[in-house]
Design a binder for this molecule. Structure first.
Ligand code: ZN
Length: 215
């Protein structure tokens, strides 16, 4: 009996791998042979798992430059809250890889942020793990509720996306490996918000606390 044909989605991936091996890889063979024996990324890039974000594409960086951590809502649990994957990535990036920069990158139309604002409408009660994970962004929601009670719709989503980046940067600073490197003056933290429909990046100005479009 013949095997059923693989669905077209996986064919899309397999075709892509073939293209990569036949074209993209040979074109950059020098880079890949350099990378074969180790990595020396300069930046830890923490962003949402959202499929519309491609860190290498939006920063136009090569393989080997970004140490990437992705999860729902670009969340960094405060130190000691959840000693899991994110905490280990942060520690390894700061101590093992000695990165000079950490970017926390939120994005427009973030499903996690929409779920925080409307848990029922977004089916959060059927996803207890997601619901529990997003508690790490509760502080962001509280801040927005107090500072911007007038906001609704898209403006409210965007405000919470931005505040969540500030909140997660705050959580990052509670990690001993981050605190130590910052005390030495050898690590910089950056807050970004990526606009999916516009390709824009806004960066957090630490002195004013405002997001400023990168031009
Ligand atoms: Zn998202």
């Amino acid at each position: 009996m013949n095997e059923p044909a693989p669905p077209k989605q996986i064919n899309r991936l397999l075709d892509g791998v073939r293209k990569f091996q036949q074209k993209a890889f040979p074109e950059r063979s020098e880079l890949f042979s350099e990378l074969a024996s180790g990595q020396d990324p300069h930046t830890l890039f923490i962003t949402c798992a959202d499929s519309r974000i491609s860190p290498g594409l939006i920063t136009q960086t090569d393989p080997g430059e970004l140490f990437v951590c992705r999860n729902i809502g670009n969340v960094v649990p405060a130190y000691g809250e959840m000693m899991g994957g994110v905490s280990a990535v942060v520690e390894f990036a700061c101590i093992g890889l000695n990165v000079s920069d950490i970017v926390v990158c939120g994005h427009s139309d973030c499903g996690a942020i929409k779920a925080i604002l409307n848990p029922k409408q977004n089916g959060l009660e059927r996803m207890p793990t997601v619901r529990s994970w997003l508690r790490n962004a509760d502080a962001a929601r509280s801040v927005v509720e107090v500072l911007h009670p007038e906001l609704e719709g898209e403006a409210l989503i965007q405000a919470l996306v931005e505040q969540n980046v500030r909140t997660q940067l705050g959580h990052l600073r509670t990690h001993p490996s981050v605190a130590a490197r910052m005390a030495q003056g050898t690590l910089r933290l950056h807050g970004w918000v990526y606009g999916i429909g516009s390709g824009s990046i806004a960066t957090l100005d630490e002195t004013t606390g405002q997001m400023v479009p990168l031009t």
